[in-house]
Design a protein around this ligand. Structure first.
Ligand SMILES: [Zn+2]
Length: 195
């Protein structure tokens, strides 16, 4: 925790001091980000760091394996769907980026079937990408390591398809007001692939 507090002190001394006007303008006028990024919780793939984003530039939601669930307006707690609703209907972002990454632990657990009954939430959550797992195993002819790598990409395609099950997303996409993107960040090389 001490390293975090030292980091905060450095932030205040440098970044905040240099960007005081930016923060105060955002505080006064509110945020108006043009893009939403859906990224993984993985500590190695911070969107603000990867895109060198300024405060107020990107609206970010992070969850396990950067998954988008299908549209399901019921009484369950839909954190990612709530963030989507706010970004699309209130902030009216023009772009939604689903950013996957290499070496994703969530995808690995799904592909290697390591999700156990001891998981209260991760197992049900990762079921969103079950179809991606199935497609990847077929394409990989059952080779687990290949399937894992394919599934990291395929799960992004599943999330992009799920985005279109939200009526207010589909409507904006069809009218040209919103664009959906799938990007993939390689941790070891730093490269960014388009999906
Ligand atoms: Zn991940």
């Amino acid at each position: 925790m001490e390293s975090l507090m030292r980091g905060y002190q450095r932030f205040m001394e440098r970044y905040w001091t240099e960007n005081r006007d930016v923060f105060q303008a955002l505080a006064a006028k509110g945020q108006a980000p043009r893009a939403m990024v859906i990224a993984c919780c993985d500590s190695r793939v911070s969107p603000e760091v990867i895109f060198d984003a300024e405060p107020g530039e990107i609206f970010v939601v992070r969850n396990v394996a950067n998954l988008v669930p299908p549209y399901a307006p019921d009484s369950d707690n839909h954190g990612t769907s709530a963030a989507l609703e706010f970004a699309v209907r209130k902030l009216q972002v023009s772009h939604i980026i689903v950013m996957g990454h290499s070496l994703c632990g969530g995808i690995r657990a799904l592909v290697e079937d390591n999700l156990t009954d001891d998981d209260d939430f991760i197992g049900p959550w990762m079921k969103i990408a079950t179809v991606a797992r199935e497609r990847s195993f077929v394409a990989a002819h059952g080779v687990v390591e290949t399937a894992r790598q394919l599934c990291e990409h395929e799960s992004i395609r599943v999330s992009l398809a799920n985005l279109l099950t939200f009526p207010w997303i589909r409507n904006r996409v069809e009218h040209g007001d919103l664009q959906l993107h799938g990007w993939f960040f390689n941790i070891d090389s730093g490269t960014l692939d388009l999906i």
